[in-house]
Design a protein around this ligand. Structure first.
Ligand SMILES: NC(=O)c1ccc[n+]([C@@H]2O[C@H](COP(=O)([O-])OP(=O)(O)OC[C@H]3O[C@@H](n4cnc5c(N)ncnc54)[C@H](O)[C@@H]3O)[C@@H](O)[C@H]2O)c1
Length: 328
């Protein structure tokens, strides 16, 4: 199958492109190499995708460009059967500093993909949405009927994008699915997230820094489970027009996670604290019943086991991946 992965040089898109190429599909990656974090990591993701195509018999093509370029998007979507739309400006705090840019990338970019997909009459657009659409929890775990009141420009942009996806399904009959990912972790993840900061600092003999009291909780989802949920949508049309939570069903206090990382690497380190950003979610926890029922999604690795696997991976890949080593 011809598959377009926007944002395919990034963390999640990189894993999707790798998995599809490995399975023998023809993959095109569109990515603008946004310098939000070290571009060497994105170049590495591209190499992994190319190698997967070689070993799996698929094709892999990289196109450097932006989803805000409507003509380019139309050309690429016109050649594809299915779009996995992962390109967006991630990061809640960046969105507070640059809401206009986030709207351009996350909402206008999405509209370009949807317009092109509608005109090309393709099989499906699978949209990467986020637990950030929920904002303040009225109850936990969140099901998809929970109120959506985002507390950051990022969350607002992800909500707008998934509403457009739903509306294009309603109005134009375009098959779309939005997956609300809950904090994703695993090999090659974005280096500017809490878990990576904890591991990096501890490996450098520095205290992990927790923002706020650490009592905030997160549902951490293993990247392999995210790939599995997306892969089911290559052939399964039972979720067209829907939004679904893709989480782990478990959650953990951030302070507990910091302690687990510290204890695994250097128990002599103290935990440090800094002030919490008001746009950071207080709690996330996914009810995945809908995804389980519609597409048979079943998470396989919870964070309590996954964190030690991640630390092992980090140690093995320290030289090319760790931000402080890369900077030196
Ligand atoms: N990682 C998570 O925990 C998480 C949680 C919820 C939702 N998401 C969503 O999943 C998707 C992928 O996230 P990620 O963690 O892999 O982030 P990432 O930053 O690693 O990947 C995004 C990629 O998109 C590219 N990109 C950004 N704007 C673009 C544009 N206008 N045109 C083309 N390419 C562009 C970036 O260069 C990057 O390589 C995003 O839509 C994000 O909002 C991620």
């Amino acid at each position: 199958m011809n598959i377009l992965v926007t944002g395919g040089a990034g963390f999640i898109g990189g894993h999707l492109a790798e998995s599809f190429a490995e399975a023998g599909h023809d993959v095109v990656v569109l990515d603008n190499f946004e310098p939000y974090y070290d571009l060497g990591i994105k170049r590495h993701n591209v190499e992994v995708g190319r190698a997967a195509a070689e070993s799996g018999g698929g094709n892999y093509r990289l196109v450097e460009g932006s989803t805000t370029d409507a003509d380019l998007v139309a050309d690429l979507v016109g050649e594809t059967s299915i779009v996995y739309h992962q390109a967006s400006q991630a990061g809640v705090r960046t969105s507070v500093d640059e809401p206009q840019k986030v709207n351009q990338y996350n909402v206008e970019g999405m509209l370009n993909v949807l317009d092109a997909a509608r005109d090309a009459d393709i099989k499906r657009v699978v949209n990467a949405s986020s637990s950030s659409v929920y904002g303040k929890p009225r109850y936990l775990p969140y099901d998809e009927d929970h109120l959506t009141t985002p507390i950051s420009p990022y969350g607002a942009s992800k909500l707008a994008a998934e509403q457009y996806a739903r509306v294009y399904n309603e109005v134009y009959g375009l098959p779309t699915v939005s997956l609300r990912y809950f904090t994703v972790y695993g090999p090659r993840m974005r280096p500017n997230m809490a878990i990576t900061n904890f591991v990096s600092r501890c490996l450098h003999g520095e205290s992990p820094v927790v923002y706020g009291s650490g009592e905030q909780t997160r549902d951490f989802t293993y990247i392999g489970d995210i790939v599995d949920a997306n892969s089911r949508l290559l052939s399964d049309d039972s979720a067209d027009g829907e939004v679904m939570n893709i989480g782990s069903t478990d959650n953990i206090e951030i302070i507990t996670l910091a302690e687990k990382v510290r204890d695994a690497i250097d128990p002599s380190l103290e935990i440090s604290f800094d002030s919490r950003h008001p746009s950071d979610a207080e709690h996330t926890h996914a009810d995945i019943s809908k995804a389980r029922e519609l597409i048979g999604y079943e998470p396989t690795l919870d964070i309590r086991e996954g964190v030690s696997e991640f630390i092992d991976w980090y140690r093995e890949n320290y030289e090319w991946y760790d931000p402080l080593v890369r900077e030196s």
